[in-house]
Structures are given as structure tokens and as C-alpha cells.
Ligand binder design. Structure first.
Ligand code: PMP
Length: 400
């Protein structure tokens, strides 16, 4: 029955038709029909603006948009007034850097990041460093590719005002023990931002239990649309954050002399929001919760373990990352550039990612310019692993 469930999951994804072996879910997930239908209805039958219209259709759209916010809140165990809709994780981190960061971080203060961060959790802090003089420290990794929390404990000082780390590495699939990190960071008075892009689709989240201060993720990696993402900020912090983008919807009263701001979260949502996409995100959450986050995590861990076991039997493959990856496997095939491997695999109908995965400091640490990466979603099964292994075998024959 488990196999039957998987087949029926796969059948819900029109993007997976035709026997395509899609192994790039860490970049972006395919969409189930339920999400496609929800966005089509929101863009067609139900479409209107939100927050302004006096007519019934707009009032209904506003209800649907705000229901999507509540849906996100319940999904992560947060409160609806703590949910800011942004374009994605990248915008969420830039928003925090440009508001909370500009207000609270300056010369003499320090931020702790890690070697495995995605560029979107490095570059915004470097831009902030240029503006404010805040310093950046980099927490090293353990030998198997986890953020080394013993090192973090040694490195953290009262000068650290922020620790910003990935919940799950988009390259290695390693999982951060967020509760432990939060304990260490809060002990020195640092706030904690968690980049949850790769965790939200795979791990049941509860903001109260995690204890962090900021949490960010993108809808498109969670079986939802592009163009929308979530910034969650603990309300005591969010209430006091200054605005970033100015425009419609984020104001209380505008005059040329002086403008006052709307309360959070509206203060951070200038302009017409991604209405259709937010409704699509709510549909994606409905879909994912119906399947079950526990099922997603177990399924993707199992596939990752299976692939690692198979690749581990080859003496021409180097595996990166820990044995207990949550659905993401990076590797190198001796003597073959990842791009060549990816190109040959594409001829076999197998889609992997080859490159630096927006994590160049991690590539430097691993001593490679790029890796090949296979990442799993709920629609994947053994047949995808078999196709990948077959493609690797053919590549070996071509390259000798
Ligand atoms: N952080 C991580 C860990 C990611 O995997 C990604 C997407 N590859 C991002 C941040 C950035 O997300 P987005 O491009 O949707 O803003």
C-alpha cells in the first residue's frame, strides 16, 4: 500500500508525466494538481484585488488571502500577525537585514553564519556589513558536514547579536539541531534567524518549540508557486521593526510632511501582494499536510539513505554530507565534471543539479568547484534512483 500511495502521489503531479526522473526538488518542487487548480481559480473565477475593494469579489479575495496567512501560521505553529508574505526566502533575509539589522547592528557587533550557508544567507549580511560595520564570523562544520555546535558554543560572545543558519543544508541535507543552537545563542543574548527553505517541505515545524526569532522559507520548494515566501518573526520583535519598502498598503496616514505606518505585518507588505501565489501556498500546505510531514520526512530520508548506500558501493564516487541526510545527496564521480554528468543524465531523462548550488564557500571547504546533487520530493521513488544509477554507469562507460 505504501508503494500504491507513492504512485498516486506521483500521479497528482502533471510535471512528472512521461517517465521523467526529476531529482532537483531542492532547487524547486513540482506542483500537485490541487495547487495548480487553486491558482487557476484564484487567477480566473475568483480574481480581484485585496484590502481595497468595496465590492463583494474583492472582499472575498481579501478573506482568502488572509486565510492563507492563517494557514501558514498554523502550519508553522506561529501567530497570524507574525506572518509576513514576501517574494521568497531571499527577500525575507534581505528584509530582516535592512530593517532589524540596520536598527540593531553596528560597529562592534557580530553575526555568526556557517560554512554551509546559501548565498542568500551570506550576501545580505555582507551588504549590511558595508553599511553598518557589523562583523561576520563563520562557524565551521563537523567532518561529516553538519554545523558544528560545539564550535558555535566556543565562538559565541556577548558581541554576537545574531546567529543566522540553515535548518537543512541545500547541498548536504544535514539537519541543524535548532533548539540546541537557540539555547546557545540566547545565552549570549543573540537573536536567531533560521533559513528553513529545505526544512519546511520535509520537517514538521513548530515555532514555539524551536524557539528561534526569525524563520524564513519559499513556497516554491514546498510544492507551491514561485513569487511568494514567508518571513515569520516573533511578534515582540516584529512590532518594533521599522518598514523597508514604502508604498501602498503599508501606511496608516500619508501627508507630504509626515507618514505613519500600518501595524505589522501590513507594514512590511508594500504594494499589491502576491495574491494568487499566497492562495496557492495555502493549497500547497493543505496538500502537504494531507500527505503528512512525517511521511515526507521518512520517505525522503529513506530515498537518500538508499542512494547513498548504492553510491557508497562504487569506488569511483565521493559522497559529501552526513549518512542521515534528509533527502539531499551531493556527490562527485571521479574524473567527470558534474556538468558533464548532468548533461549525460539529461539524455536519460534524469534531472539532477550540477554546480555550486549557491554555496561557493561550502564548495571551497569541500575542495571542489561543484558537486552533482540529487534531491528528492514526495513524488520520487526507487525507479528514479535506478535511472540515476543507470545514467552514472553509462557516463562511466563514456568517460572510461
Ligand atoms: N536558502 C536555502 C537553503 C535554499 O536552498 C534556497 C534556494 N535554493 C534559498 C535560501 C533561496 O531561496 P529563494 O531563491 O526561493 O529565495
Amino acid at each position: 500500500t505504501q508503494a500504491a500511495t507513492r504512485i498516486s502521489v506521483r500521479d497528482q503531479f502533471p510535471g512528472m508525466a512521461g517517465g521523467w526522473h526529476y531529482l532537483d526538488t531542492a532547487a524547486t518542487a513540482q506542483k500537485p494538481q490541487a495547487v495548480i487548480d487553486a491558482t487557476v481559480d484564484a487567477m480566473g473565477r475568483d480574481y480581484a484585488t485585496v484590502h481595497r475593494g468595496v465590492y463583494a469579489r474583492s472582499a472575498e479575495m481579501t478573506l482568502a488571502f488572509e486565510a492563507a496567512r492563517r494557514r501558514v501560521a498554523s502550519f508553522i505553529g506561529g501567530r497570524e500577525e507574525e506572518i509576513v508574505f514576501v517574494r521568497g526566502a531571499t527577500e525575507a533575509i534581505n528584509l530582516v537585514a535592512n530593517t532589524w539589522g540596520v536598527e540593531n547592528l553596528g560597529a562592534g557587533d557580530r553575526i555568526l553564519l556557517s560554512t554551509l550557508e546559501h548565498h542568500s544567507n551570506i550576501v545580505p549580511w555582507q551588504l549590511l556589513r558595508e553599511r553598518t560595520g557589523v562583523e561576520i564570523d563563520v562557524c565551521p562544520l563537523t567532518a561529516d558536514g553538519r554545523i558544528d555546535l560545539e564550535a558555535a558554543e566556543r565562538m559565541l560572545t556577548p558581541a554576537h547579536k545574531l546567529v543566522a543558519l540553515a535548518h537543512v543544508s541545500n547541498v548536504l541535507g544535514s539537519v541543524l539541531h535548532v533548539e540546541h543552537l537557540v539555547e546557545l545563542a540566547h545565552k549570549v543574548g543573540a537573536r536567531v534567524l533560521i533559513d528553513g527553505c529545505q526544512a519546511a517541505p520535509r520537517i514538521k515545524l513548530d515555532m514555539a518549540a524551536l524557539g528561534c526569532d526569525f524563520y524564513v522559507f519559499s513556497a516554491h520548494k514546498l510544492y507551491g508557486p514561485t513569487g511568494v515566501g514567508v518571513l515569520w518573526v516573533r511578534s515582540e520583535i516584529l512590532e518594533n521593526m521599522p518598514p523597508w519598502h514604502g508604498g501602498g498598503s503599508m501606511i496608516d496616514r500619508v501627508t507630504f510632511e509626515r507618514t505613519t505606518w500600518a501595524p505589522a505585518p501590513q507594514r512590511f507588505e508594500a504594494g499589491t501582494p502576491a495574491i494568487v501565489e499566497a492562495i496557492g501556498l495555502a493549497a500547497a500546505i493543505d496538500w502537504l499536510e494531507q500527505v503528512g510531514l512525517d511521511v515526507a520526512e521518512a520517505h525522503e530520508r529513506e530515498l537518500a539513505a538508499r542512494l547513498r548506500e548504492e553510491l557508497g558501493q562504487r569506488n569511483d564516487v565521493t559522497l559529501f554530507g552526513p549518512a542521515d541526510s534528509v533527502g539531499i545527496v551531493s556527490f562527485a564521480l571521479d574524473g567527470v565534471h558534474p556538468h558533464d554528468l548532468g548533461t549525460i543524465l539529461d539524455e536519460e531523462g534524469v534531472a539532477i543539479r550540477a554546480g555550486h548550488h549557491c554555496a561557493q564557500p561550502l564548495m571551497d571547504h569541500l575542495g571542489v568547484p561543484a558537486t552533482a546533487r540529487a534531491s528528492f520530493g514526495l513524488y520520487n521513488d526507487e525507479s528514479d534512483i535506478e535511472a540515476l544509477l543507470k545514467g552514472i554507469e553509462r557516463t562511466r562507460r563514456i568517460f572510461g
